[in-house]
Write a protein that binds this ligand. Structure first.
Ligand SMILES: Nc1ncnc2c1ncn2[C@@H]1O[C@H](COP(=O)(O)OP(=O)(O)OP(=O)(O)O)[C@@H](O)[C@H]1O
Ligand SMILES: [Mg+2]
Length: 276
């Protein structure tokens, strides 16, 4: 049997605060096959973003392994990690903070191409223009700066920038949560098309179980830094085993408590479909 593309084993992540340490992620294990989408769900503070940052090695895990295509990212020193970083990229909730306000969209997307070793500026500009077109923005977007775009457009620039590295793994941390439902649906569609074209693997973090149902093959449910449930999307969302997942699901079905999506924006395509 071939190894899964991503295999996280017994991951432990701690934050150092006030001279002590807080364990935010405790003994978390999961796998994802190449070309698949794994969603991570769970209440605020359960450790989803901490897992994401550990996968990106923006945080050094205190224990466990992160095997990406057989290489343990958790144990590599930064010098050996750097040449591999293009393989794993992340899209954040609000790319505004992470997009340089002084650069044009074209330059923002061209930046990672330098790291990929594209030496010629003309080539970089051409490739950036291709990527900006790929994420559905017009060529008039090329010269504009982040402040001149809507939230959905900025998210597309964030995705184009992540794609410039030709990643094999893309972690989307609440990447569509700030967008209204129709724009969210367009960005999800874009992510799906890109996956169909490139075989990229997604780890998709979301509060919104309707979105999770739309996009993911497998779902990992976290609570207080630990995994409480892990299975195929239909297993976890329609036949949850853990009480906690059942509660999350009930909360998701109740528009009044739906996270990340305003009740008036709930439309049938993204509302959680109840089993027949
Ligand atoms: N930089 C930090 N220093 C100390 N503790 C932190 C830090 N970042 C996160 N934590 C703590 O780690 C735990 C997990 O946080 P994390 O951001 O991973 O949660 P999350 O599941 O992404 O939540 P949300 O859904 O609100 O984004 C929380 O208890 C949080 O307070
Ligand atoms: Mg988070």
């Amino acid at each position: 049997m071939s190894e899964p593309f991503l295999s996280v084993q017994n991951l432990v992540v701690e934050y150092h605060v006030h001279g002590g340490s807080v364990r935010a992620v405790n003994d978390v294990s999961f796998t994802a096959d190449r070309g698949s989408t794994l969603a991570i769900v769970g209440e605020s503070g359960c450790g989803k973003s901490t897992v994401a940052k550990a996968l990106m090695r923006l945080l050094q895990p205190a224990g466990g392994k992160i095997l990406l295509d057989g290489t343990d990212l958790a144990s590599l020193p930064e010098s050996r990690l750097r040449p591999l970083r293009h393989k794993f990229q992340m899209v954040f909730q609000d790319p505004y903070g992470s997009l340089d306000p002084h650069l044009s969209a074209q330059d923002i997307v061209a930046e990672p191409l330098k790291l990929r070793g594209v030496r010629s500026k003309t080539e970089r500009s051409k490739e950036a223009a291709r990527l900006i077109d790929r994420v559905g923005l017009p060529s008039s977007a090329l010269d504009r700066r982040p402040a001149e775009f809507s939230g959905g457009q900025r998210q597309r620039i964030g995705i184009a920038r992540a794609l410039a590295s030709r990643p094999q793994l893309l972690v989307c941390d609440e990447a569509t949560s700030a967008l209204d439902v129709s724009v969210q649906a367009q960005v999800l569609e874009l992510l799906r098309e890109i996956q169909a074209d490139t075989g990229i693997t997604y780890v998709f973090i979301s509060h919104n179980l309707g979105v999770v149902q739309e996009i993911s093959d497998h779902v990992l449910v976290m609570r207080r830094g630990e995994v409480v449930e892990n299975g195929t999307t239909s297993q976890v969302l329609t036949r949850p085993q853990a009480d906690y997942t059942r509660r999350l699901r009930r909360a998701a079905l109740d528009p009044a408590t739906m996270h990340g999506i305003k009740p008036r924006h709930v439309v049938s395509s993204l509302a959680l479909k109840t089993p027949a």
